[in-house]
Write a protein that binds this ligand. Structure first.
Ligand code: ZN
Length: 164
């Protein structure tokens, strides 16, 4: 089985990345594809030698069940708190199940409580990118390096190794 380890951090938890740029499409005809490391976000290209469909997502999300709170950044009182449960998670985003309403495009801070850690993981900046009856989708825009490392360790336990 062929593997594509990340040249930066060495993990096998990498994923075919979307081929959005013209250069990616041209290289794609030669089966030279972009890959995204799921743990350190490094983007690299590799000659694969076989055709693969163009994936939609940069990051695979893992299923979780973590209690979480969301606070709109522009709320000066910091009192508006949306409570919910994180239902999936990647290095750059998550889905939150909640019955409370929060508008599209809203900038928020996110705090969630993984079972594996005593302290919550804090995401300084996230944007509401989708909404549905069950909750909201968030994209992370700002994350401290130390928190990203803790998040990365959680994902390392759950993501499958890439096999091609
Ligand atoms: Zn990496």
């Amino acid at each position: 089985m062929r593997t594509c380890p990340c040249p930066k951090c060495g993990t096998l938890k990498t994923k075919l990345a979307p081929r959005n740029r013209m250069a990616d499409r041209l290289l794609g005809t030669l089966t030279i594809y972009p890959f995204r490391c799921q743990l350190c976000a490094h983007l690299f290209t590799t000659f694969l030698g076989k055709l693969k469909t163009n994936p939609r997502r940069n990051y695979d999300r893992v299923s979780v069940q973590y209690p979480a709170q969301v606070r709109p950044i522009r709320d000066p009182s910091q009192r508006v708190v949306v409570e919910g449960t994180l239902s999936n998670l990647s290095l750059r985003g998550c889905r939150l199940r909640t019955t409370q309403r929060i508008p599209m495009g809203c900038q928020v801070m996110l705090e969630f409580h993984p079972a594996e850690y005593d302290d919550p993981i804090m995401v300084d900046g996230a944007i509401v990118r989708s909404r549905c009856a069950e909750g909201i989708g968030l994209r992370f825009s700002s994350l401290l390096r130390s928190e990203e490392r803790r998040l990365s360790r959680l994902l390392a336990l759950r993501l499958p190794d890439q096999t091609l």
